[in-house]
Design a protein around this ligand. Structure first.
Ligand code: AMP
Ligand code: ZN
Length: 465
């Protein structure tokens, strides 16, 4: 598996900490408004990454936060509190706003066939963890108190700019919004870990802390939730490119200061969806939602298909003309699939070639358009029959999730099951003896027969493909 890593600025071979297991963290929404379709593009990319890794046989443990406190309208420590803004706009309190938009977010995820991450952490539920981390950072001199707030001292971090490739002189060029001119900071890019001096008189969400009543900074929440839910070592951390600086940069600084070692190996960022006027943004109040697209007659999966046609690292410009083309193409694809004859004998041995091609496309830094091309190649192929095509497409749809409405049920008889279990046992034995060549050959042999092994921490299960 090859992935572009923002940290090294290179496409790298992906090697997780634990064999066949991936710990993945994806930054979640700030729930003060609906998600716009730009945000949703990022969640679709993360969904494909998770499902693709599962398709390759990894056991993916994924966590995501819901930001219901601490996010100001600038990504630095300036501007208004986003949650309070939402509450004011709608004449509700912050709890109602958070609940309403969290539910709206999960409805959008469901409509887009995005798998809900294994664990969801609400920022306001992890206050003790942030306090534990901040206390340690103060103790170890990574943080300091000034004018009542606790700040992270970026001059203490090891290579603070390694993720963004920026340097201190860049800070005020083009990213004016990302750092604040707060006179209480030692360095302009220092950031708040804990606010006790709030400029918001009506701040409702606040907690007691060793430094006074207050609330956490935005960046500490992801470091805290990830540490609590996924442990000290993270394989993949995702988000949109706007998260690289300052959010993810600050996450790395805090987590590594607290943990005392490298935290996350692979940083994957999705490029933005723009409208014609430029970046789509939630905070400027005008943006496209999934519901709006539905009102205009598009299905959520038309939008998913539209996103899959381009590479996640390329900026994508939204237009209704392009969405129309995606809608037509998806309709045609579904009709073609529906017209396939599902009564023929499945030629399992012929499936591998296409499945391998599909995997290779995914392994090539998540090349979704090539994955779709492979799907079209299956439809056009003249060396496999219709029912075999259906089985392959059904398998691909586990990752693509376009609801291709396939009827291709495969029976598994008990004799076959017995045979598979025997093979799994032989493979476990081979692994125990460190004979990985034999273990791999057993896995490949089963795969060529249409049986995919899924390695979990405690056991190996299988699925018929
Ligand atoms: P937010 O709710 O603003 O915190 O953003 C949620 C996710 O959407 C984050 O991963 C952002 O990086 C990402 N994001 C924000 N704007 C865009 C955009 N225009 N296109 C794609 N992703 C975006
Ligand atoms: Zn985050």
């Amino acid at each position: 598996m090859k992935l572009y890593n923002t940290l090294s600025k290179k496409v790298e071979e992906f090697v997780p900490f634990h064999e066949r297991e991936v710990r993945m963290y994806t930054c979640g929404p700030t729930v003060y408004n609906y998600a716009h379709i730009g945000n949703l593009r990022t969640y679709i990319f993360e969904d494909i990454l998770q499902k693709g890794l599962e398709y390759l046989g990894y056991d993916v443990k994924r966590a995501m936060n819901i930001t219901d406190v601490g996010h100001l309208t600038s990504d630095g420590d300036t501007g208004n509190d986003k949650m309070l803004e939402g509450a004011k706009r709608e004449g509700k309190d912050v709890f109602e706003i958070a609940q309403f938009y969290t539910e709206a977010f999960f409805k959008d995820m469901e409509k887009l066939n995005i798998k809900v991450p294994t664990i969801i952490g609400k920022a306001s539920d992890y206050i003790d963890t942030y306090i534990e981390m901040i206390s340690k950072m103060l103790e170890d001199d990574y943080a300091y108190i000034s004018n009542g707030n606790v700040y992270f001292d970026i001059s203490k971090a090891k290579d603070y700019y390694k993720l963004s490739g920026k340097n201190a002189d860049d800070l005020f060029v083009g990213v004016r919004d990302s750092v604040s001119l707060d006179v209480h900071k030692k360095n302009p890019a220092d950031f708040v870990l804990w606010f006790t001096v709030s400029k918001f008189e009506n701040q409702i969400l606040k907690w007691d802390s060793p430094w006074g009543v207050g609330y956490p900074g935005w960046h500490i929440e992801c470091s805290g939730i990830s540490y609590k839910l996924l442990g000290e070592y993270l394989d993949i951390h995702c988000g949109g490119v706007d998260n690289i600086f300052p959010h993810h940069t600050n996450e790395i600084a805090q987590s590594e200061a607290f943990l005392g070692h490298k935290w996350c190996n692979y940083w994957c960022h999705g490029a933005h969806l723009n409208d014609k006027s430029g970046k789509m943004s939630k905070s400027n109040g005008e943006f496209l939602t999934l519901t709006l697209l539905q009102e205009k007659g598009y299905s959520p999966l038309d939008y998913r298909y539209f996103c899959l046609n381009s590479h996640y690292r390329n900026t994508l410009e939204f237009s209704y003309e392009s969405l129309d083309s995606a809608k037509k193409a998806l309709e045609k694809l579904k009709n073609k699939v529906k017209s396939l004859d599902d009564t023929l004998m499945i030629e399992r041995e012929k499936m591998t070639k296409y499945i391998d091609k599909f995997k290779e496309s995914f392994e090539n830094d998540i090349n979704t358009s090539l994955m779709l091309t492979t799907l079209y190649d299956v439809l056009k192929a003249d060396d496999i029959n219709d029912t075999t095509k259906l089985c392959i497409i059904k398998d691909f749809d586990k990752v693509l999730s376009l609801d291709l409405e396939i009827n291709c049920e495969k029976e598994i008889d008990s004799k076959l099951e017995e045979e598979i279990l025997k093979k799994i046992e032989q493979r476990n034995e081979a692994k125990k003896n460190k004979d990985y060549e034999l273990a791999d050959s057993i896995r490949d042999e089963l795969l060529s027969l249409g049986v995919r092994l899924i390695d979990k921490r405690e056991e190996t299960t299988y699925e018929i493909i």
